[in-house]
Design a protein around this ligand. Sequence first.
Ligand code: HAM
Length: 429
Amino acid sequence: MAKKKFQLVKGMSDILPQEQKYWDYVFQTVEQVFRLGGFKKITIPILEFTELFEKSTGQDTDIVQKEMYTFTDLGGNLVSLCPEGTPSVVRAYIEHGMAQWQKPVKLYYIGPMFRYERPQAGRRRQFWQIGYEVFGDGSAASDVEVILIFYQILEKLGISGFTLQINSIGCSKCRAKFKEELLFYYKGRLPEACANCKERFKKNPLRLLDCKERKCQKLVSLSPQIVDLLCSDCKGHFQEVLEFLDDLEIPYNLNPYLVRGLDYYNRTVFEFWPSGDGETSLGSQTALGGGGRYDDLVELFGGKPTPATGAALGVERVIQLIKDQKLKISEPSPIFVFVVQLGDEAKKKSVKLIYQLRKAGIGAESSLGRESIKSQMKTAAKLGISTTLIIGQKEVLDDTVIIKDMNSGVQETVNFNEIIDELKKRLPR
Ligand code: HAM
């Protein structure tokens, strides 16, 4: 019988050893930005009750309608793999009494998310998000702080060539008025729209503005703009956000058609896009991340009314941009030695030496199979390790180790008990 060769499930990825440096770099950089910003880390589970997302992300959104990995568990509960982190963090905020904490409560999280989408460049079915949420501050300054954290992460990573797209979708009152105008505008034009937009017209009219189909883009470009219909409070809030950005000289593109694909937002919404000047393999409208204000969600989940705002960035997309822009990633390079041995007694001593080296913070590699000294040396060279420690029968009897510099060929014999001190003196830290 032919043996079955297993393959990745479509849309999933292995992150191979040679890729890890990018992930480490991104995670270390963001952790630093969050720590300096006074954010506390929260780790959320990957599974929640499906209802959590239906109620927040939105019953009629693409994510909930078509993209969730949903199943009934053995206890008969309907559960879903998280397609995004915000609903879980809001649930945790209420469940663990964080409303009692000093406000604003600032949390960040890093984790895999799952959406059953059509895989393509920058779009996976499992992908990683770095997200952050701020609870208890309804001011325009808080929106700006969230935008600045994102900006600072991109800057600190060394990424250039991105644009901040920003819009306000007002409060539920402004939005109701806008939806009416939008429906009125689209009603006569619906035959010109794509099949998806015909559905959106019925279920989620704001998403009409998000359609990427060329024939629909034409319709979008002439459609009413929500900024023209904001109530005076929402207008004032948005103006203040823009004034802050002007003051800080943060460039932005006022994008009247940015609505975001999730139901909970109000007022400020934003995304960061690659600038699309040919430097990236991502589409110029493929968001590196996005977020916005969601002042009604805590209350909707049974908490006290609490203004909130936050954002998330997609790690794969950010890494793609780092690669496209050929940024130099500093790799941590611990000092490394290769232990070469010959004979059974030498092998025993080598195992002990390797253990002691690693305990002392010195990286140690070896090849403990029955190989000749020559082939062990070759392995060390292939691994790019230039210092070898050699233990043969003589060294076992004398209780010594030979240190050999593979580049110069120079070697020296050192007492076994002094080897770590000797290495620390020689190797660069
Ligand atoms: P989102 O715009 O749905 O927002 O996702 C944020 C980012 O996750 C996207 O901009 C993108 O970089 C990445 N992303 C989304 N789907 C995929 C995918 N299939 N493959 C690769 N990357 C993807 C949220 O999720 C909100 N929870 C953000 C937020 C936090 N709003 C307030 N607080």
